[in-house]
Structure formats: C-alpha cells, structure tokens
Write a protein of this length. Structure first.
Length: 318
C-alpha cells in the first residue's frame, strides 16, 4: 500500500465527508493505493456515525473510536500502530490542511528519501494574538532546543516513512514534537515544505492558550529525557558537585576566619554573623539533595523496561 492517512479528530462531524471526498479525489488522480484511518478521540457529536457510514461505502476508510477523549497524541499513536502504507501522512480533520499537498509530501519521502517531511503554514489563517505570535516564539525555542531547522513544529500535516512511525512513541501531548522524537530515534533526514492553510470552516479549535505553557514544559522534559534519560546522574551529579563545591568554599571561609582570629588571639566573631555561614549550609544541603536525586534517577532508569531498547537499523546474519 502506498499511503496511510491518519486523521485524529474530536467533534468534527461537519468536516469529515468533505475531507474524505477531497482525499479520495487526490488519491484517485494520482492512482495511489491508500487507506484513511480516522481516530475518533471520544467525540460527543455524530463524528463516529459519519466515519461508520463512510467505511461502509468505501473499503479504504478505517476507524478507531476511543471511549473517551484522550488527546491528539494518543490518537496519533493508535493511528500509527495501525498504519500499513509505505508513507504515513497525518492530517487534521478540520479542513485546515489541504489534501492537495499529499503528492508533494509523498514524493519527498519516496523520491528524495526523507524520513520525515513537515508542513509549514507560512501564511496562517488563525487568530494573530492567541495563535500566530505565541506559535512563532514557541517554534523558535523548539528549533533551538531540538537543533532541527523547522519553522512549524506543530503543523498537523506531516509525512513519514512507515518505519519512523513504528519506532517513535507519541504520548501525553508530544504530538508537537514528533520531529524531535524522530530525531532522538535516529531519523535525522527531516525537511519541510510550504503548505496552504485555510481558516477553520466548521466547529472550534480544540486547543486553548494553555497549550503554550504545557508545550514549553513538554519541551523541557523531552530535552532532559533525550540528553540524560538513561544517565540522570550526569545531570544531577554535575549540579550537585558544583553546589557542594560552593558550599565547601564557604565553609572554608567561615572556618578559616574563625581559626585565624583564634590563633591571633583576636576577638572571634560568631560564625552565624557571617553570610558565608548561610551560603555554606544552603549549598551543601542543595548539593546533597541533587546527588540523592541523581542516585534515585539511576535506580529508576535501571529498573525501567526501556533501558535496553535500542533502535536497530539493520542486521546481518543475526
Ligand atoms: N483533536 C483530537 N483530540 C483532541 C483535540 C483535537 O483528536 O483532544 C484533533 C482535532 O479534531 C483536529 C486536530 O486534532 O483534527 C487539530 O485540532 P485543532 O484544529 O483544534 O487545533 P488547531 O488547528 O487549532 O491547532
Ligand atoms: Mg485546526
């Protein structure tokens, strides 16, 4: 099969028929063999009925329905598990992403051998202050942290080699960082193509402003996991050592001044009068806590089932 189109959706009943008709037109024109996997993320409207109807009429239409709303990432995860096509394309269900882009994305993967191609909504039709500006800032940070040169990490329209989606685990709200997940799994041939973007035709956006707060927190977690996930002591040990060193120097100053005063029979000030006394206590306690956290992290990562989960690209005679 050439293409699997994975579409997560939550309350998008009005768009689905039109979206599928459009996909079908593009796929038929290009003579692709394909499947469309709709993942109904616990919709409360008639979305599932529409999917059910479509799947009766068209053998290419498949569906998964969640019992409740889990979020876009879990929906993508299940879609990725089921996808059989050589190229897997994800797309939002709200008609903001255009199926006309499918051939370009497909060719980038099949002809130019990219692992992942991300859409770039250069001209966006979303509210400026709640979406466009924060998203610029967010993308700049994501570029810096991940080292991947993409303008638009969060674009719903993306294409992957089948192998890529089977080797990454999208969870929580990590759908914003799939390129980063792919890079961490060893798929570094990542590029972007400009795509057209439309204003939402039906329904409302499912993500509010809180996505930016959560988005940043997720980015920090991902950065930490990819850098120190299997060796937490390297992070906490370094921080702990530095703090302990600062505390130790402060102790030497406090103790040194006291000893010096005693030896020279001068009036020795109380150690608690010195600011270094408090610096010493604070930093030594903090340093110790960092170390303990590091040890705990090591214990946890040692007992994790993921610890020897290496992505093997090829094998010979094994
Ligand atoms: N979506 C989903 N589960 C959710 C929220 C959203 O499957 O909990 C789907 C939604 O139906 C749409 C896509 O994710 O197909 C993108 O959502 P939306 O259009 O609301 O995001 P925006 O375009 O505003 O970034
Ligand atoms: Mg949308």
């Amino acid at each position: 099969m050439d293409i699997s189109i994975v579409i997560p959706l939550y309350n998008e009943e009005e768009s689905l028929k039109e979206l599928y008709a459009w996909i079908k037109r593009v796929a038929d024109e290009n003579k692709y063999s394909y499947e469309v996997i709709f993942i109904d993320d616990g919709s409360k409207d008639a979305s599932w009925n529409v999917i059910d109807e479509l799947s009766r009429e068209f053998p290419e239409v498949k569906g998964i329905k969640f019992r409740r709303n889990y979020g876009k990432s879990p929906a993508l995860y299940c879609g990725f598990e089921a996808a059989q096509g050589d190229v897997v394309i994800t797309m939002d269900a709200d008609l903001q992403d255009s199926p006309d882009e499918i051939p370009v994305l497909y060719n980038k993967i099949m002809k130019e051998d990219y692992d992942l191609v991300s859409g770039w909504k250069k001209k966006r039709y979303d509210p400026v202050f709640t979406k466009n500006l924060p998203s610029k800032l967010f993308n700049a940070t994501a570029r810096k942290v991940s080292g991947i040169k993409l303008h638009d990490f969060n674009c719903g329209l993306k294409a992957y080699k089948n192998e890529v989606v089977k080797n990454i685990e999208v969870y929580g709200e990590m759908h914003r960082y799939i390129p980063y997940l792919a890079k961490n799994a060893g798929y570094e041939k990542i590029t972007e193509v400009e795509v057209h973007h439309q204003a939402r035709k039906f329904g409302v956006s499912k993500f509010g402003f809180d996505r930016f707060v959560n988005g940043y927190l997720d980015l920090i977690s991902l950065w930490f996991l990819s850098k120190f996930g299997v060796k937490p002591m390297h992070f906490f040990g370094l921080g702990g050592s530095l703090m302990f060193l600062v505390g130790f120097i402060a102790v030497c100053i406090v103790g040194g001044t006291k000893l010096y005063a005693i030896c020279n029979e001068m009036r020795a000030p109380l150690v608690t009068d010195s600011p270094y006394f408090y610096i010493a206590i604070l930093f030594m306690i903090l340093g110790t806590q960092f170390f303990i956290t590091g040890f705990l992290g090591e214990l946890i990562s040692r007992s994790s089932q993921e610890r020897n989960n290496y992505k093997i690209a090829k094998k010979l005679k094994i």
